[in-house]
Write a protein that binds this ligand. Structure first.
Ligand code: SF4
Length: 92
């Protein structure tokens, strides 16, 4: 992110956990053009981070049913506050 946007976003950073992403595109509907599905992997990725607003970043994260989108501020997780456990076979 650019310095300007980093100041606007107050140290917010976004991580998308590919192991939790089930590629159902909910985040891409909630924040189109910011969250997109990678054509090769099918996993959600962030695009146009420099233009993203806090509202868009959080809208995508809230829409995610598997809590794959994790938002931190200055290195401290702010969303989701508690990650639900993952079930099923562990990823290889
Ligand atoms: S809403 Fe969550 S699970 Fe669905 S594509 Fe986005 S990050 Fe992946």
């Amino acid at each position: 992110m650019t310095n300007t946007n980093d100041q606007r976003l107050r140290g917010i950073s976004v991580e998308i956990d590919p192991a939790r992403c089930i590629a159902n595109a909910k985040c891409t509907v909630a924040a189109p053009g910011i969250y997109v599905l990678d054509e090769e992997t099918g996993v959600a990725v962030l695009e146009h981070q420099d233009e993203a607003t806090l509202e868009q970043l959080f809208a995508g994260a809230r829409a995610c049913p598997t809590q794959a989108i994790i938002i931190s501020q200055l290195g401290r997780r702010v969303f989701p506050q508690i990650l639900t456990p993952m079930f099923g076979e562990p990823p290889e």
